[in-house]
Ligand binder design. Structure first.
Ligand code: KG4
Ligand code: ZN
Length: 364
């Protein structure tokens, strides 16, 4: 096995196949610890899944098989590198849809084996968590709010491999709630951008609950909000254009208030745990971070509480392989790598010691 001296420059190929994006990227970590994206290729499978209103795992896995090799070739070409310039290969190994993960992990292992370089099995959530180091050279510790189609978590990021989960969702993920809201209002998939667009011409006048507001633990619960939205929609049926816009605006407003409240609670716990002198920074990742109303609510609460807000550009908030390569580079810089028996894992919590959140259907 090739060993890499801590602090040496590293060029890493990253592979992401955990959901419905087939992605490959090349990232260089300089000797002083900064990241540089040499290329980042994302092939969305959105059109393959749109007709079903959600990601179909079997279709996703097959599409990864078809798209991944070309994505890797393109990433190398755009970085203007030959494959033997790669010092390590990192692949997302979980959590996610296991069929797709197997495609990425197996491909990554094969390339690493062929080149005689280390393989790193990257936790997809860790990659989101570490993105702030790539985009903003942000030092540890910081607070992470991860809000995507599959995850809703508040975590203290203390170091590579050291995470404390403060909050999670008891039921639906935030993006999933947007997608379900869109579906019940007859809007397209993915639902978040559709709801945001409709909300822009609506009034937030429909009474909707704010589940979990004020609770001491910064958990989320979104199923009740979705059910309330359904009842309000049924009460107004048949829905006119203005009804749909008002329902969307009201839903988005409720979500923004919930997220601001839960994040403010996480600020308190962060300071309780790390003391008042710890760096106070919040990084937001995941597709829902693209929502402008949510961003404004977070900006407001962060400003009030004196936390710096870091929102990476949308292409690095949503699923991509640059974050996987960067997480691999950070792990490699600490001398970490995985053997070729490393499995693809459907569930892989970042903080295995987190006490279970009470409620049905809790997501890792
Ligand atoms: O991180 P992401 O691209 O993929 C994964 O889930 O891994 O997140 C996709 C989710 C979808 O549920 C989508 O509806 C939501 O992010 N989303 C949004 C917006 N853009 C994407 N939700 C609210 N507002 C948006 N503008
Ligand atoms: Zn993700």
């Amino acid at each position: 096995m090739v060993t890499t001296r801590q602090g040496a420059a590293l060029t890493v190929l990253g592979i992401e196949t955990s959901c419905d994006e087939t992605a490959a990227a090349i990232v260089r970590r300089t000797a002083d610890g900064r990241g540089e994206i040499l290329s980042s290729v994302v092939r969305s499978q959105l059109d393959l899944h749109a007709a079903y209103g959600g990601v179909v795992p079997e279709i996703a896995a097959r599409a990864h098989v078809e798209l991944l090799d070309a994505a890797i070739k393109q990433a190398l070409a755009e970085a203007d590198l030959r494959v033997d310039a790669i010092d390590a290969v990192a692949a997302a190994a979980g959590p996610g849809l296991v069929g797709g993960l197997i495609v990425g992990v197996t491909t990554g292992k094969a390339i690493a084996l062929g080149l005689g370089v280390p393989f790193i099995a990257v936790n997809h959530l860790e990659a989101h968590a570490l993105t702030a180091g790539l985009t903003d050279n942000l030092a540890f510790p910081y607070l992470l709010l991860l809000v995507s189609g599959g995850h809703t978590q508040l975590l203290i990021v203390k170091d590579v491999g050291a995470y404390e989960r403060l909050g999670t969702t008891l039921d639906d993920a935030l993006g999933e709630a947007f997608d379900k809201a869109a579906k019940l209002l007859g809007l397209g998939y993915p639902g978040g951008p559709e709801v945001e667009r409709e909300a822009a011409r609506g009034r937030a006048t429909v009474p909707l609950p704010r589940p979990m507001l004020g609770r001491p633990e910064p958990h989320f619960s979104l199923a009740g909000l979705k059910t309330a939205l359904r009842h309000e929609a049924q009460a107004r049926a048949p829905l006119g254009e203005q009804d749909i816009a008002d329902l969307c605006a009201s839903f988005q407003e409720a979500v923004a208030e919930i997220v601001a409240d839960r994040t403010a609670r996480a600020f308190d716990i962060y300071i309780e745990r790390l003391g008042p002198n710890a760096q106070q920074a919040l990084i937001v990742a995941g597709g829902v971070a693209a929502n402008q109303r949510l961003k404004a609510a977070l900006e407001e609460i962060a400003a009030i509480r004196g936390f710096r807000l870091v929102v990476p550009p949308p292409e690095l908030c949503t699923d991509n392989a640059a974050m996987i390569a960067w997480a691999g580079a950070m792990r490699r810089a600490r001398g970490l790598s995985d053997d070729l028996a490393a499995p693809a894992r459907a569930r892989w919590p970042l903080d295995p010691d987190a006490p279970p959140a009470l409620g049905a259907g809790v997501k890792a």
